[in-house]
Design a protein around this ligand. Structure first.
Ligand SMILES: Cc1ncc(COP(=O)(O)O)c(C=O)c1O
Length: 420
């Protein structure tokens, strides 16, 4: 057994696909401490820098003083405490839906929801670049699974025709993300909505990297596109721009009641700590305030700067650039091709979010570039298979509102210096 792992680990190492934990001896923020060194952090999804915000900390401490640390049981047994219900009420209001349900993580929200929505002989149509939690959940459901090429509406349409022909009367669920986690581009939501309506399918949207970033008060892409009541299942996580931890689903009263009865990751798991729910509530309240909106707009200022600098440094090939002024609309060309070739020059996709994928291609080269940047004082993770396809390794740069202009400028200069 041990030998078997040894061989497997050796194979991972030789393909530059091994992963390691690194200890961070500080709170999250634009600078973190690793092995006694301060690094400028371009690896976090804490887009609005709320993970260590005093408002959230104080809300958590007050809830600990009132409710203690642990939730004691699953929500259906005795774990539903006031902060959970308060958070769900405010989340639903913020997202413009009838109701909301929280889970212990975004992963658990996906894993509980999809198998509750579809079963054997139903059909799930999944975008090729969907997050692992959505893929795993779709597999777990036992439904018939078809993957459509990334954002390819024509292919999705033909899958829908096939599903309606071969599985008449069955439920068909389209699953996609607002902002794709490793590419930073967006789904063509309005067009997806038109298709789902035409084929009488359900639409599930993972807003993990959109809430807090896209739309007025960071309500996400569905709200931005005025589709809050038309996207059947709006999933998301509290662990990125909202700075805390946990997942959620927003939708109709009936959907939420069904999930309370059928989502196994909700039913058979201890409730999240009430203090975390209280901190997440403080995050949503902050986002809904003028100050929160100001923070979000500051994030976009930083995103624009990163884009301009990366462009001016000419570190690689770009896909055709979209005008940033369009970002309020959030539309992408359906079926647009991304570069996943083995290009040795880093390549950068168009930013429509706080995520900048610098495509390198080769796994060793991506690790080398990440190491060179670390030597210069920057933490930028090299993302490799199986998170992305083999040969499409990349540096995933994430910008936050707390980055200073200098941080961004010096990172871009370091990328230029270290790019082949
Ligand atoms: C697109 C997407 N969905 C879901 C998740 C899971 O969320 P969580 O980290 O809260 O489990 C993530 C985060 O890793 C993600 O990027």
């Amino acid at each position: 057994m041990q030998d078997l792992f040894e061989e497997q680990l050796k194979a991972l190492r030789s393909a530059s696909l091994d992963r390691h934990l690194r200890e961070i001896a500080s709170s999250q923020g634009p600078q973190i401490e690793i092995a006694g060194r301060r690094l400028i952090n371009f690896s976090s999804n804490d887009y609005l820098s709320l993970a260590n915000d005093s408002r959230l900390r104080e809300a958590a401490i007050a809830a600990i003083n009132e409710f203690g640390v642990g939730a004691g049981a699953s929500r259906l047994i005795s774990g539903t405490q006031s902060p959970h219900l308060r958070l769900e009420r405010v989340l639903a209001e913020w997202k413009g839906t009838e109701a909301a349900l929280c889970f212990s993580s975004g992963y658990a929200a996906a894993l509980g929801s999809i198998p509750a929505l579809v079963t054997k002989n139903d059909v799930v149509l999944l975008d090729k670049l969907c997050h692992a939690s959505l893929i795993d959940a779709a597999k777990l459901s036992g439904a018939i699974l078809r993957v459509f090429p990334h954002n390819n509406l024509r292919k999705l349409e033909s899958h829908l025709e096939w599903a309606r022909r071969e599985y008449a009367g069955r439920r068909v669920l389209i699953v996609t993300e607002s902002v794709f986690s490793m590419d930073g581009d967006r789904a063509p939501l309005r067009e997806l909505f038109e298709l789902k309506k035409r084929f009488d399918a359900l639409l599930m949207l993972d807003e993990a990297h959109a809430v807090g970033v896209i739309g007025l008060h960071g309500r996400g892409l569905a709200a931005e596109e005025n589709l809050s009541n038309d996207v059947d299942v709006q999933m998301g996580t509290l662990s990125k721009a909202l700075g805390t931890s946990g997942g959620y689903v927003c939708g109709s009263h009936d959907l939420i009641e069904w999930l309370i009865n059928r989502a196994r990751s909700f039913i058979y798991s201890t409730a999240p700590p009430p203090a975390i729910a209280a901190a997440a509530l403080a995050a949503v309240n902050f986002l809904s305030s003028p100050e929160g909106e100001e923070r979000r707009l500051l994030l976009w200022k930083r995103i624009r700067l990163m884009r301009e600098l990366l462009l001016s440094l000419d570190v690689g090939r770009w896909t055709p650039a979209r005008d940033l002024s369009e970002l309020g609309v959030g539309r992408l060309d359906a079926g647009s091709k991304r570069s996943t070739s083995n290009a040795q020059r880093p390549t950068l996709n168009v930013p429509t979010s706080a995520i900048f994928p610098l495509l390198v291609g080769d796994e060793h080269a991506a690790l080398d570039l990440a190491a060179a940047l670390k030597d210069e004082g920057f933490l930028v993770p090299a993302i490799r298979y199986p998170t992305v396809a083999k040969g499409s390794a990349r540096l995933r740069i994430t910008v936050t509102a707390a980055h200073e202009e200098d941080h961004i400028q010096s990172l871009c200069e370091a990328i230029k210096r270290n790019s082949p």
